[in-house]
Design a protein around this ligand. Structure first.
Ligand code: FES
Ligand SMILES: [Fe+2]
Length: 399
């Protein structure tokens, strides 16, 4: 079976399961309630380990294809302190580099997206092409002998799949990114993100990255914390499907029940892709339809200390909105800022401070919160795995 066929078959099978649970009023539950030590959310040593063993060792989804669709396009960004350039070369492939000059280490390109055939360092104008090769040395005749072929920007492991781009922010990392995706990309393919449009982006500050990530996997809170925005009837019962550490959270969907009488070819994509799609360790994708079909793709990054994180919210749309749709899309994106900043992260920041008092030693994830349980289990596994054994944790399923 091809990747595409496998992705569609998996979505249909999940839809059948969802309809069956919706009809029967049932829900798959985790085996037991799980307790997590509160200090996991603030302990300095643990946080440092998470930075080294997760964020500097695991692929991070740092760009969408639609941010750099054409040869010469690039995105300059920063992840866990490392300045990074992602570039699209002449042959259409994507490369990633540490954005650090070979001369004396200045940051070559300022943050942002653009198109260029040359990355020129602002300090002494050494320049690099989109393949990262050192192509120009200012006043080279005075500098001394150099082997330019050994002085390119240091490459980072990179992989483009499903219209998204993963980079490991560490030039010495060797993890196989395709294997790490654990077959999840076959399902993500069904969004067809490669041809989408980046409507708008912004940054929102939040608490410890795991408090924030717990929230993305949590449907239980939706009609409670978000009663004023999403409404008190919003579905909160979650089914979790996983591909390695990556998970989809979705509610049994009654609107799928009548579809089951029709042939699978008639099931619309949009009803197969509902819910929250998380990419371990830091991305969540959820569908909305303000101003046309869109997703909020949130990239969560740890901040400077254990109690800080920041999130880049990307509102991606299937098509650029028309003039009339633009106001609705803007309104949708503003609402999502309010929801995350004023409801989720404001609550999370208070939760963070409360946990840091040490007055409550553990927190709980119920049988209905299997997604959170699974996330913390995977995190523990990765933290306790040596570099040499890391690849073996993930299994690519591309049958
Ligand atoms: S540090 Fe970049 S050219 Fe000198
Ligand atoms: Fe929320």
């Amino acid at each position: 079976m091809s990747n595409t066929e496998s992705g569609i078959a998996q979505l249909r099978s999940m839809a059948r399961e969802s309809a069956a649970h919706a009809e029967a009023g049932t829900l798959p539950l985790a085996d037991s309630i799980v307790e997590i030590a509160s200090e996991h959310y603030y302990d300095e040593q643990r946080w440092k380990l998470e930075m080294d063993r997760v964020f500097r060792r695991i692929p991070l989804m740092l760009a969408a294809t639609c941010e750099l669709p054409n040869p010469g396009d690039y995105k300059s960004t920063t992840a866990v302190g490392l300045p990074i350039i992602i570039s699209r070369t002449e042959d259409g492939s994507v490369r990633a580099f540490a954005n650090i000059c070979a001369h004396r280490g200045a940051v070559v390109m300022p943050e942002g997206c653009g198109n260029t055939h040359r990355f020129t360092c602002p300090y002494h104008a050494w320049s690099y092409n989109p393949e990262g090769e050192l192509t120009g040395v200012f006043s080279a005749k005075d500098f001394g002998d150099l082997d330019k072929s050994k002085l390119g920007l240091r490459p980072l492991p990179v992989l483009e799949r499903s219209g998204l781009i993963w980079v490991i922010p560490n030039p010495d990392a060797e993890l196989d990114i395709a294997n790490f995706l654990s077959g999840y990309d076959a399902v993500l393919d069904q969004f067809n993100f490669a041809g989408w449009h980046m409507f708008s982006q912004r940054r929102v500050d939040g608490p410890n990255w795991k408090i924030a990530y717990d929230g993305y996997l949590d449907l239980y809170h939706l009609p409670i914390l978000h009663k004023d925005t999403f409404g008190s009837d919003f579905p909160h019962r979650a089914m979790y499907h996983s591909w390695g550490p990556h998970q989809r959270a979705s509610s049994p969907d009654p609107s799928l029940v009548p579809l089951m009488q029709k042939s699978e070819e008639e099931w619309p994509d949009s009803s197969l892709l509902t819910g929250v799609w998380t990419i371990f360790p830091h991305v969540s994708i959820a569908s909305f339809d303000g101003g046309g079909r869109g997703v909020m793709l949130s990239q969560l990054f740890p901040g400077e200390t254990p109690q800080e994180s920041y999130t880049i919210q990307n509102y991606m749309m299937e098509k650029p909105p028309s003039e009339e749709q633009e106001a609705a899309a803007t309104e949708q994106f503003e609402l999502l800022k309010y929801v995350v900043e004023t409801e989720d992260y404001a609550t999370g920041l208070l939760q963070q401070q409360a946990l840091m008092t040490g007055a409550r030693k553990t927190v709980m994830f119920g049988r209905n919160e299997g997604g959170g349980q699974n996330f913390h289990r995977w995190l523990d596994r990765i933290l306790s795995t040596e570099d040499a054994d890391l690849d073996a944790l993930f299994t690519s399923d591309e049958s």
